[in-house]
Write a protein that binds this ligand. Sequence first.
Ligand SMILES: C[S@@+](CC[C@H](N)C(=O)[O-])C[C@H]1O[C@@H](n2cnc3c(N)ncnc32)[C@H](O)[C@@H]1O
Length: 223
Amino acid sequence: MKHHQSTVGKNDEWITPREIVEVLGKFDLDPCAPIQRPWDTATRHLTIQDDGLSHEWIGRVWLNPPFNRYERGKWMRRMAEHGNGIMLIPAACETKPFQRWVFPVCSGLLMLNHRPHFHYVSGERARANSGCTICLVAYGEENFRTLERCGLGTPLVVPNAANQARSDNERIDWMEDYPHEAIKALADEARAFASGHMLREQIDELMDTPTAKVDAPSGATAE
Ligand SMILES: C[S@@+](CC[C@H](N)C(=O)[O-])C[C@H]1O[C@@H](n2cnc3c(N)ncnc32)[C@H](O)[C@@H]1O
């Protein structure tokens, strides 16, 4: 939308329509909320006066980060590190922050089936719509289940390490049920490897930090 696009970088006070936040369930924290807000988006809100990035994030997070594209990457990274919540951002999948902090670590995302009209802090709905595709990004499996159920658009699974670990877990479920102790033990090892080692390593690589050494089960390789 013309009006909305022209304000990017000038004004961050674009409030999420409450019908979007409400169908996504209760959030514990909105780390970037307006000082004057027309409705709650979470149980706890941090504003620019608190500087949401300098606080600890606890629980399920709702994140609609500042629109300024130079700021947005920091918030996206923090959300990826936190790993529990839903983030609303433009579906700019060609951009670096999207490729670093969304695709490799999210549990899935959803393309909204419409261009939302954001609101002013007064609660008034903007006349123009977002002007671009908006998506919701889930971190953590339960949050993707929420996106699958919410009816706001098309949920998409992303083939990344996190989801690979999840599907590995599903595949090895049968092993745990198998009535033989050796196979059950193998399932335990495989699960620890899939959900712990691979995912941790992938995230550490993105964060440019060394990976904590975890013993892989015999026969398995990390790369
Ligand atoms: C796009 S709006 C989203 C508002 C709200 N989270 C929502 O979903 O309706 C981004 C908000 O981030 C706030 N903000 C900007 N920088 C911030 C900071 N360093 N700490 C906390 N909030 C900040 C702005 O004041 C603005 O209200």
